[in-house]
Design a protein around this ligand. Structure first.
Ligand code: CIZ
Length: 321
């Protein structure tokens, strides 16, 4: 090691300790504001590790929205993306729901508009519209029933109709089609992170970790799901990893979930099969943004009441199933 390396190390150590003292300041500020506002902080399983560690609850979008509904908090800070905060606002109109970064959208949800859906509905008047929760409040309002990746098979099987217009995720739709006897019309939407996971990535990871169980998200291509041991939502993966006797897992979903998998399963190893498994929107929220969100009470989710009521019907119908 030469003297230049020592200087670099010292500089790096200084930068790290400065960053951690700033984080501590934000965490203290967030705790104080949380008490003042009677707020609860929710973090999706894909959020940054420090946001997950700070949150009152970590989970998938619907799980978090239902827990927010049951809580007596006045303010819900939803660390996730737009449609998730909207779901919380649909279920809890009496609470103020904040999304700390207003640009935190979902590319998949943005692949359909309510006008496009209405047009497709006219072309297929007999089809029942099943909409994945990764969709805007307006699209939910225009649909007959919602589903998540965890309950999609149950929702589809509960329908008496045979013809299903499934929006907006083509790949989840294909997966549900393969698991049920229904006839699907598929919308051409996709989640870029899951779409970019390829069969060759899974084959390479399996070669490197031959003992590992392969768990992938149903938003992946069917050719990827076919190579996996199981297809699960994030909460499904967390449950499976905890109960499984296996010690190694290849995780085919957004890499943020690996933080919680590791934390809840010491002694087990988790591998991410592709560096593309990252959602940049999910990483926009930092401790600074959460502190500012609580301080300035921004960005409030506002849904017109008429849209909210119709969207809630689609969610309620799913919850009944
Ligand atoms: O519903 C959710 O939260 C999403 C988008 C993924 C998952 O499986 O948790």
């Amino acid at each position: 090691m030469n003297s230049g390396d020592i200087k670099d190390d010292e500089y790096y150590d200084d930068a790290l300790s400065l960053a951690s003292s700033i984080d501590t300041q934000y965490i203290e500020k967030i705790k104080e504001l949380k008490r003042k506002r009677k707020a609860i902080i929710l973090a999706h399983n894909y959020q940054r590790p420090e946001i997950q560690d700070l949150a009152d609850l970590v989970g998938d979008s619907l799980d978090l929205s239902k827990k927010a509904q049951a809580s007596d908090a006045k303010v819900v800070v939803f660390c996730g993306v737009q449609f998730m905060a909207e779901s919380a606002a649909i279920l809890s109109p009496e609470k103020t729901v904040l999304l700390p970064v207003k640009e935190a959208g979902c590319q998949l949800a943005d692949m359909i508009t309510v006008q496009e859906l209405r047009k497709k509905k006219k072309e297929n008047p007999k089809a029942v519209i099943v909409c994945y929760v990764n969709s805007s409040a307006e699209v939910k309002a225009e649909s007959d029933i919602c589903c998540t990746s965890a309950n999609g098979i149950g929702v589809v099987n509960s329908l008496k109709e045979n013809r299903i217009l499934f929006v907006p995720d083509e790949h989840l739709g294909r997966y549900l089609e393969s698991k049920t006897d229904k006839d699907f019309i598929l919308w051409r939407g996709f989640c870029p992170a899951h779409y970019n996971l390829l069969p060759k990535d899974i084959l390479k990871a399996k070669k490197e970790h031959p003992q590992a169980k392969v768990l992938v998200h149903p938003e992946c291509r069917l050719s990827v799901i076919d190579l996996a041991d199981e297809a699960f939502s994030t909460n499904g993966m967390l449950e499976y990893a905890k109960k499984s006797e296996a010690k190694e897992f290849i995780i085919g979903t957004e890499m943020g979930v690996v933080h919680r998998l590791k934390k809840e399963n010491p002694g087990k190893n988790f591998y991410v099969p592709s560096e593309n498994l990252i959602c940049s929107s999910m990483k926009l929220i930092t401790l600074k943004e959460v502190a500012e969100s609580l301080e300035k009470m921004r960005y409030k989710i506002e849904i017109p009441e008429e849209v909210r009521k119709r969207a809630k019907k689609s969610l309620d119908r799913m919850l009944e199933v």
